[in-house]
Design a protein around this ligand. Structure first.
Ligand code: GLY
Length: 424
């Protein structure tokens, strides 16, 4: 088979790495890819959001399956376009991708289906939203309805922070049309768990759970990022709560989508808070998590291409997934300054020494090749160092030992990834 992977971050490198292990696969292209993906596939200079060019490329190269990594092309309708042109694609159509593209759509669907989630109200003007804040008490979660490059969610600890978040959307219009509608949500207290699930209509096939780290600093301090590390499985999530999340959250959500005439095909990712009252949905995404994928896929024994084809060909009910017992820990290695300003173009050394360690895989995120063919930094999150171990202590030790072999100017990573797993 000939596969096209759309995207160029750590998640897409992990997907490409896993796809490349499939005996079904003969050749892989990545658009646009990164320096790590270039070792497994041919990278083509087409942006992940240039869906027309991607469709032309897939037709020209006779691609058998296109796997879409990021949410933006899905929300823009890449799956609809590919389907219209008869090109096989793994990912939900635009209507289904509203589960991430419109927080209001997802919230209404959950509330109507009785899926446990925080209470919320939607507003389309500042005054009404401000009145809601005045009549309630902090903390609040203020969410731009549409896609806002991971910056559209603010946890406001007091009214002033909530007003600021509302102004960012309605007055400054920092997120454009994506902030024309805003949700004010109940704050849910508890640890967050990600469950990534294959979905084909009402049939679901959940993956092993993972947890990620959103804040930049140790001890969950500092600003939010795209994710500074992850691990899988999640010791704090009991098997019973995992089953509850599958049966009370994921399955009824898939059913509710089908009930609205939306045939969901692809990945549905539930961000779940383990509240004192049981698991509740914080948000849905319509793609694999980043950096959760980098910790989940090294544990997957099964052929991921088989599972994707089962979705595309409508036979997910007969598919299953097998897992390695060993846990996996992923440490994200970032450019100093991220998520604020940071420099690019620093040479990266030690990749081979790190990647040759037993159980270790180094996934590239923000890297590119310079004119000499050397790997240089090109993004805030540069690498994800994933390590399997016989237990979490061993996996952590390996991940940090591997990360210590890597060097570039202003290198930064958290030192406490998966530390809490040792305390459960
Ligand atoms: N790790 C959070 C996300 O992928 O949205």
């Amino acid at each position: 088979m000939r596969i096209l992977v759309v995207g160029g971050g750590g998640r897409e490198h992990a997907l490409t790495w896993k796809i490349a292990q499939s005996p079904l696969v003969d050749a892989i292209w990545c658009a646009p890819g990164n320096a790590g993906m270039a070792a497994l596939a041919e990278c083509v200079d087409i942006g992940a959001e240039d869906i027309e060019s991607l469709a032309r490329f897939a037709a020209e190269k006779k691609i058998d399956l296109t796997v879409v990594g990021p949410e933006a092309p899905l929300v823009a309708g890449i799956a609809d376009l590919f389907q219209e042109k008869g090109l096989p694609v793994f990912g939900p159509v635009r209507k289904a991708a509203q589960m991430e593209g419109s927080k209001d759509f997802a919230k209404r669907l959950m509330l109507e289906a009785g899926v446990p989630t925080g209470k919320a109200e939607a507003f389309t003007d500042y005054d009404a939203a401000e009145a809601c804040i005045r009549n309630n008490s902090a903390p609040y979660v203020v969410k731009a309805d549409g896609l806002a490059a991971g910056k559209g969610v603010v946890i406001a600890q007091d009214d002033r922070a909530a007003y600021e978040a509302l102004k960012t959307c309605f007055v400054k219009r920092s997120f454009g049309a994506a902030g024309d509608k805003v949700l004010i949500e109940e704050f849910l207290e508890g640890q967050e768990v990600s469950i990534i699930c294959f979905v084909d209509g009402e049939d679901i096939l959940p993956m092993e759970p993972a947890q990620d780290y959103k804040r930049v600093g140790d001890g969950d301090t500092g600003p939010n990022t795209g994710g500074m590390g992850s691990y899988s499985p999640v010791p704090v999530l009991s098997r019973e709560d995992y089953q509850r999340a599958v049966e009370e959250i994921l399955r009824p959500t898939a059913r509710a989508l089908a009930g609205r005439g939306i045939h969901y095909k692809g990945i549905l990712y539930a961000g779940i808070i383990l509240t004192a009252g049981g698991p509740k949905v914080l948000e849905y995404n319509v793609r694999f998590g980043d950096p959760e994928t980098q910790a989940v896929l090294p544990r997957l024994r099964s052929d991921i291409v088989e599972a994707m084809l089962a979705v595309v060909e409508g036979r997910l009910a007969q598919a299953n997934l097998e897992w390695h017992d060993d846990p996996c820990v992923t440490v994200v290695v970032a450019s100093g300054g991220y998520p604020g300003d940071y420099a690019r173009g620093y040479p990266v050394t030690g990749l081979e020494e790190a990647g040759s360690m037993d159980g270790v895989t180094v996934f590239h995120a923000g890297t590119s090749l310079d004119e000499k063919g050397e790997v240089v930094t090109s993004g805030g999150r540069v690498l994800g160092v994933s390590a399997l171990g016989k237990d979490f202590a061993a996996a952590r030790e390996r991940a940090y030992e591997a990360a210590a072999r890597i060097a570039f100017t202003d290198i930064y990573y958290r030192k406490d990834i998966a530390l809490r797993t040792l305390e459960v």
